[in-house]
Design a protein around this ligand. Sequence first.
Ligand SMILES: CC(C)(COP(=O)(O)OP(=O)(O)OC[C@H]1O[C@@H](n2cnc3c(N)ncnc32)[C@H](O)[C@@H]1OP(=O)(O)O)[C@@H](O)C(=O)NCCC(=O)NCCS
Length: 217
Amino acid sequence: MDLETIWPPFALTVRTQDMDLTPVRESDYCELADLARGGVRNDGIQAFLVDWDSGSPEEIARSIAQYQWGTRANFRTDEWTIEFTVRVSGRIVGVQGVNSTSFLKTRAISTGSWLAREEQGKGYGTRMRSMIVTAFAEHFSTTTFETAYVEDNHASRRVSEKVGYSPNSSRVTVTQDGEAHTEHRMILRADDIRVPDAPVNVDGVNAFRQFLGLDPS
Ligand SMILES: CC(C)(COP(=O)(O)OP(=O)(O)OC[C@H]1O[C@@H](n2cnc3c(N)ncnc32)[C@H](O)[C@@H]1OP(=O)(O)O)[C@@H](O)C(=O)NCCC(=O)NCCS
């Protein structure tokens, strides 16, 4: 038996032109840790609720590895997270995450992402979000997409706006600096997705639909 049979997400690839997204594997951890060394945020902005990108290179690396192991260990069809390694021309640039609770009933997913600091501002964040929402709308019966950004994270807000999301609500929450900040939520219906310029190709659809419980196995 091969690993893709044991764990069907590993057979999934979402591809457009020179960019491809594949579920994070253990063999990606070292490269991801190198990319995140020194943190992934500019100017101390608040991007995450958990402070995983502060600390020594070893602490950041362990945090990434432990989190990624946890997503697989804790996968349940009613509560899951799948994180995708993002590559441009074969080079790892960051991570696009997707999570859902009660997916078979809600058909809703939430997203989060990060890019190496030197890879930000090149349009990759918009492309990878646009690819993942298009793939989930077209192949995995998803009708609603949610996301959130903390006040002053303008890049994250703009990515969501460019893909078609609208403001949904806001709340005050404690973020990675341990202080209270306003978090803005955004929502996108599948019909409102701003379709990417190039077609999004997805491999491994049938096995992943069965794995999510969308189709009988
Ligand atoms: C958020 C993130 C994924 C966005 O990806 P990106 O590749 O940098 O963004 P893009 O290049 O696709 O740019 C998207 C838009 O944001 C704008 N933008 C980018 N950086 C910006 C900044 N610092 N201030 C204001 N606008 C910014 C771009 O100009 C573009 O908008 P425009 O087309 O209207 O000009 C990336 O910046 C990142 O990893 N940031 C750190 C971690 C993080 O914040 N993750 C998100 C947590 S919710």
